[in-house]
Design a protein around this ligand. Structure first.
Ligand code: ZN
Length: 192
């Protein structure tokens, strides 16, 4: 239970972090945070302390919203595309998704520079693709396989600081606090 996640808000009630119960309790004991939402069903007990299990805490002296550079990564490409295959347009669970080079590396030099982004490994040339579409596309160009993109891939200007699945937010009672700085994603579990 001490490892359960606790949503952490800054002093302006903006979600900035997820810590665990243990860390949250320490912050409360040190008077650096207060619990905004608790689960009365459980009590954290020690020799000196008996408090309800925190689910959401607010920091007293932290006003800032940490800035997050939009890091170029496989996962962020999948999140940018909202877990939607950019070829067939369907959404899938993480286990069914890959990141695909729109212009395959093997064909890169065949495409004139004005018709491609400057770098093959970049936001502009990588998209979220389901495993099926990725396999069907193989090393072909879009024009060779008849695929079209759901939307043109670009570098996102902004990415919310926290990415949380709706299931998790629901389970821990966080949803009402997640209006800002958070992207809620629908976790999709696909059956074979
Ligand atoms: Zn697909």
């Amino acid at each position: 239970m001490l490892n359960a996640p606790v949503l952490t808000l800054n002093s302006g009630m903006v979600p900035i972090h997820i810590c665990n119960v243990k860390e949250a309790v320490i912050l409360q004991v040190l008077n650096k945070a207060e619990a905004i939402k608790v689960d009365e069903k459980y009590t954290i007990r020690s020799q000196f302390l008996s408090i309800p299990l925190p689910r959401v805490i607010m920091l007293f002296n932290f006003h800032k919203i940490p800035k997050k550079r939009v890091v170029y990564s496989r996962l962020n490409i999948i999140y940018r595309d909202d877990m939607r295959c950019q070829y067939c347009g369907n959404r899938f669970g993480m286990d069914k998704l890959t990141v695909d080079h729109v212009i395959p590396l093997s064909k890169w030099v065949m495409v004139p520079p004005e018709k491609r982004p400057e770098n093959p490994n970049s936001w502009g040339n990588q998209v979220c693709a389901c495993k099926t579409c990725n396999a069907r596309k193989g090393n072909k160009l879009l024009s060779e396989c008849g695929f079209t993109l759901v939307k043109k891939p670009v570098e996102p200007k902004y990415m919310p600081y926290l990415i949380i699945t709706r299931d998790k937010a629901d389970k821990y009672g966080w949803l009402e606090f997640l209006n800002y700085n958070v992207r809620i994603i629908e976790a999709i579990t696909t059956d074979e």
